[in-house]
Unconditional design. Sequence first.
Length: 102
Amino acid sequence: MLKRTKENFGLNVGAGGFLCDRSLVMIVVTYFDPSNAAEVEKALKAWNMLKTSLMEMGACPYRMGTLWADQMHRFGEYYTLLKKIKSIVDPNGIMAPGILGL
C-alpha cells in the first residue's frame, strides 16, 4: 500500500506503530510541501486512497473528525445508531456539522 502510494503520487510515505493490550495502533504519514498546491492536491488524493485501503483491510480510525467522514458508512449499524442519536440531540444539525459524516 505504501509502495503503491509512492509510485502513484510520487510522495514519500512512512508508517509506524505500536502494540497495545488489544490493538495495533498504526500511523501513516505522507510527506508533502504544504506551500505547493500541486503537492497538496496529490497528498489529498493519496490520503483518500490510503484511508479507503485501510478501511477495506478492517482498520478502525482512532480519531475520525471530518477526514474520515466519507468512510463512516462502512461502520453499518454503529453509524446508523450515531445518525439516530444525532438527529434526536441536534435536529437542526448545528452542533459540530460534518464531524463523523453527520
